[in-house]
Design a binder for this molecule. Structure first.
Ligand code: PRX
Length: 674
């Protein structure tokens, strides 16, 4: 596996990035730093959905546990075999069963919950919609019919490129209804990123909007789509939501306004009976190469995992108002805004815009307005709120909150404590949930009401999930030590493959340790068996909870005409977890200056999206390289972190390092200013 031995992780305890796998001594020392334990509040435990008995039963017979969880869904025909292990690692779950995800999320609630709110939606400018289960069902059916009228059918791939408008979950479910796998592309991605994803899975349709709202500005979604589609011959139709009313280009015959399309359709739509193993969606995520991986999730297993974990981790009750403040462009939005909560008939909050718009208390205003009881967000947001100050949440009545969640990156104990105190009023349990796009649902997390929590630890494996930490040779390292996180048994919501690339699927996740799934995260367990995550062990960075590959950004830089060579590393950042630090050598005839640095940062944002914009760029005459010509990113990471430099004896050009260190210092200062 590439990058092995150059771990780039963020250590929540030391708050340092690039910590090498901890040795025993380091582990024990850091454990002494964090000794606070928060037992579940007794009143919470008394009413909790999950209890110790659930954990015991799942441990005794995980397959029986998953069979029970799957049975909570509505199946059109029952499965004949729970899990088919005959073709490792291509597992199949609920073999022979059929179901439809949109029916499970909508139709089955109509008898008792037609008027229950599915989503309280709030647009960034302040407009709102209250969408009941009956409303959402109708919207989904109309759009599903509309898509069918455009020739989209079972098995066709549909790209969804929208901001957080109600049409986004509706579009996902409409695709699910007609058996057309969706691929949601985050609205902050560039035309190139959209194009690459559409091309990779050969979508036939795109659902987008005229524009989106972000921080009071418009995002040109339709214009970006038009640009992407100049190189996507597979796409024959687009459906365009009117969001801002801004002017857009139009291709007659290809483009259709969403409102006009759905108005002409019946409000009922016959759902497809999907095989449990039929694809529900593809979601692209960064890997260790420049080409994003199309993670494939199927219908029965994914929905089982999503609904079950949502129910237990978030302790869902019928009167909860649940807000997962993610974007549907990421897996968190798929599993914990759309499929899990709706399968459980839960009331959710959807917010379109930026957290600081128009003021820094926007989120707390929303919590107060809707009486949010469960709030799930990323540590990077928590750290931003810490920076803005506790007076903002304090100005609002947040007594409705009873449970808090965290996802996407390690949460440092300070942020955990701030969240606990200033958002949770000291009374709400916090569930720090570890999982990945690939795992489909939460794998490691406290069960509120059962698990005593330690700030910064995701605690234990979920019921029905088997995890371990192994060393290089694949041996379990036992308690009190660090290594590589693996999942040792298949689970229903596991990714089935990488779209169109079975070989890369096997190579990336299953080739390192026989029979075990390699997650790509470093972790350790303390003496009580609690898991502590240390960040990625490969060339994947985690910036504001978003996965970005160093190589993707390097490719974008090298793509600029002035650049000869580029190396990118993640360095620790107090708000975003990691920040992108780039080191660039220019072509012989080019002279570098501040203006060029600005141009290069912009170039990366244009090629990939604003989230990939490097925080600092150092222009250097040379990059540190081994004698075989391999760039030593490890040294660049040390430089970026002000660490004593590691072993330089294998360097072919040791003299460049001191120069780079000097320049990095000034670049860092400049980058930190914006
Ligand atoms: O490194 C881990 C980190 O995010 C990676 C997965 O990213 P993605 O597929 O984009 O999914 C993010 C949302 C599930 C993991 O490999 N990660 C996620 N949650 C945590 C975490 N690291 C530490 N603690 C977590 N709770």
């Amino acid at each position: 596996m590439s990058g092995r031995g150059e771990p780039g992780g963020y250590d929540p305890r030391t708050q340092r990035t690039g910590a090498v796998m901890p040795d025993r001594k380091q582990t024990i020392e850091s454990l002494e730093i964090e000794h606070r334990v928060f037992p579940p509040p007794p009143e919470f435990a008394a009413q909790a959905t999950a209890d110790a008995d659930l954990l015991r039963r799942a441990a005794e017979d995980p397959e029986a546990y998953w069979a029970e969880e799957a049975a909570r869904l509505d199946w059109m025909s029952p499965w004949e075999q729970l899990v088919d292990r005959s073709n490792h690692p291509f597992y199949k779950w609920f073999v022979g069963g059929t179901l439809n995800a949109s029916v499970n999320c909508l139709d089955r609630h109509l008898a008792e919950r037609a008027d229950k709110v599915a989503f309280h939606w709030e647009g960034e400018p302040g407009d709102t919609q209250t969408i009941t289960y009956a409303d959402l069902h109708e919207r989904v059916c109309r759009l599903a019919n509309g898509l069918r009228s455009l020739g989209v059918g079972r098995g066709d791939r549909v790209a969804i490129y929208l901001g957080m408008v109600p049409e986004l979950p509706a579009a996902m479910l409409a695709c699910a209804r007609i058996g057309a796998p969706h691929t949601v592309v985050f609205g902050g991605f560039s035309p190139d990123s959209l194009r690459d994803r559409i091309q990779d899975c050969e979508c036939t349709a795109v659902i987008t909007a005229d524009e989106g709202w972000r921080n009071g500005k418009t995002v040109p979604l339709k214009a970006n789509t038009d640009e992407a589609l100049t190189e996507c011959p597979s796409v024959t139709s687009t459906v365009v939501v009117r969001r801002t009313g801004g002017d857009v280009g139009w291709v007659e015959g290809r483009d259709h306004w969403y409102d006009e399309l759905v108005a002409a359709q019946p409000a009922e739509c016959e759902p497809e009976a999907m095989d449990a193993e039929d694809m529900l969606y593809i979601l692209y995520t960064s890997g260790t190469t420049g080409k994003p991986k199309g993670i494939v999730h199927t219908t029965g297993g994914y929905l089982t995992g999503a609904a079950s974990t949502h129910r237990y981790v978030f302790d869902i009750k019928d009167d909860d108002v649940y807000w997962c403040a993610a974007d549907c462009g990421w897996v968190t939005g798929h599993t914990y805004i759309v499929y899990g909560p709706l399968a459980n008939g839960c009331t959710g909050v959807l917010y379109e815009g930026a957290p600081g718009f128009p003021a820094e208390d926007r989120w707390w205003e929303i919590v107060e307005r809707y009486g949010v009881s469960i709030l799930y967000m990323a540590p990077t947001a928590i750290r931003t709120f810490m920076k803005w100050g506790p007076e903002h949440p304090a100005a609002h009545d947040m007594s409705s909150l009873r449970l808090l969640g965290s996802v996407g990156e390690p949460i440092n104990p300070e942020a955990w404590m701030w969240y606990h105190e200033h958002i949770g009023g000291g009374r709400c349990p916090i569930v720090d949930t570890w999982w990945q796009t690939e795992t489909g649902c939460i794998m490691i997390s406290p069960l509120p009401g059962v698990t005593p929590t330690k700030p910064g630890s995701a605690t234990f494996a979920m019921p029905g999930i088997s995890a371990d930490i192994v060393d290089e040779a694949g041996n379990s390292v036992g308690l009190g030590a660090g290594g590589y996180l693996v999942l040792t048994e298949p689970w229903p919501s596991m990714l089935r493959t990488l779209y169109g690339d079975d070989e890369r699927f096997v190579e990336t996740y299953w080739s390192q340790y026989e029979g075990k799934y390699l997650a790509g995260d470093g972790a350790r367990r303390d003496d009580d068996g609690y898991y502590w995550f240390l960040g990625r062990i490969d060339d994947v960075m985690n910036v504001s909870g978003h996965r970005l590959s160093t190589i993707e950004i390097e490719s974008a830089l090298v793509d600029h005409e002035a650049v000869a060579e580029a190396a990118v590393v993640g360095r620790s950042d107090e708000t975003t977890g990691q920040a992108i630090a780039a080191f660039v050598t220019l072509k012989g005839d080019v002279t570098g200056d501040e203006e060029l640095i600005g141009t290069l940062r912009k170039h990366v944002a244009t090629r990939i999206g604003p989230i990939a914009r490097p925080k600092s760029i150092v222009l250097t005459d040379d990059l540190p390289k081994t004698r075989s010509g391999k760039i030593m990113r490890r040294l660049l990471r040390d430089i970026s972190e002000h660490r004593q430099l590691g072993d330089v004896t294998t360097l072919a050009n040791a003299e460049v390092v001191a120069d780079i260190a000097d320049m990095a210092e000034s670049a860092r200062a400049a980058g930190d200013e914006d």
